[in-house]
Design a protein around this ligand. Structure first.
Ligand code: NI
Length: 259
């Protein structure tokens, strides 16, 4: 490159990072989400479950249950986060990469991490993974890992295969990406009838160590959460993230359905 061109290139690059963010609200100066390494380390330490500041529970002795929300972030996720924060309850969110990409600069995805919840990988576009060539399975996981890490600093360590559909190939790719496969043992079928009271009725069948499957893309599911939390609390359950349920890092590639 000719030396006189350098200022022009720098100007052009500067233009890229000062573009205003796409938003419906008033235009505010765009602050790129870039952290220097020490700040990133501090942020990770404060938000990533399993890092030093995460909570410790002995789920071998107390009644733990893990609420898991799939397919978001969506339009009801913010309301769900408000609910969980008010009750100091932490959950696990298995996010779809495409939904993260549509999450207006990642603000809900970042809230999930910052408010102490765990993030899991639910593929990029929610296909049935066993039907895909190995390379596409890898890409489905990789793209989602990358966008979540770019927006939150969190490197996810668990995945949930869409539809719970998995095979040896999916297991191998999950292992390759450092991801444990997390399924569930309580299915609320919340996507089916979309009636809050029915969702609650199914969710409260949880037993100690259960992983409950829910979807935060349905308003009825979010409406079912307060009653579900009330009933399970009265039964003596403590709400934990999936990592907290096991008390250690789940093993990459291995499949888990409950504690
Ligand atoms: Ni799903």
């Amino acid at each position: 490159m000719r030396i006189w061109a350098l200022p022009l290139v720098l100007l052009a690059l500067g233009g890229c990072v000062t573009q205003p963010e796409q938003d419906d609200g008033p235009v505010v100066p765009f602050k790129p989400f870039v952290l220097d390494p020490p700040a990133l380390a501090r942020r990770l330490a404060s938000i990533q479950p399993g890092w030093p500041r995460s909570r410790r529970f002995d789920c071998a002795r107390i009644k733990c249950v893990a609420l898991t929300f799939d397919d978001g972030p969506g339009r009801y996720t913010g309301k769900l986060l408000d609910l969980l924060r008010k009750r100091d309850v932490r959950a696990t969110f298995f996010v779809v990469g495409q939904m993260v990409a549509e999450d207006r600069g990642g603000r809900i995805t970042r809230r999930i991490a910052e408010e102490g919840h765990e993030l899991g990988n639910h593929s990029w576009s929610h296909p049935s993974l066993p039907g895909l060539p190995q390379e596409q399975v890898r890409r489905q996981l990789q793209r989602t890992q990358d966008i979540v890490q770019r927006l939150t600093g969190v490197r996810m360590r668990m995945m949930r295969p869409p539809y719970g559909a998995t095979d040896d190939k999916v297991a191998a790719e999950s292992r390759h990406a450092g991801l444990a496969q997390i399924l569930w043992n309580v299915d609320t079928l919340d996507w089916l009838d979309r009636v809050a009271s029915t969702v609650t009725k199914r969710a409260i069948k949880a037993t100690p160590g259960s992983i409950i499957l829910l979807h935060d893309i349905h308003g009825s599911t979010v409406d079912a959460v307060p009653e579900t939390l009330d009933v399970l609390s009265k039964k003596g359950f403590t709400f934990v993230t999936v990592s907290e349920l096991y008390g250690r890092r789940p093993e990459p590639g291995r499949m888990y359905t409950e504690r």
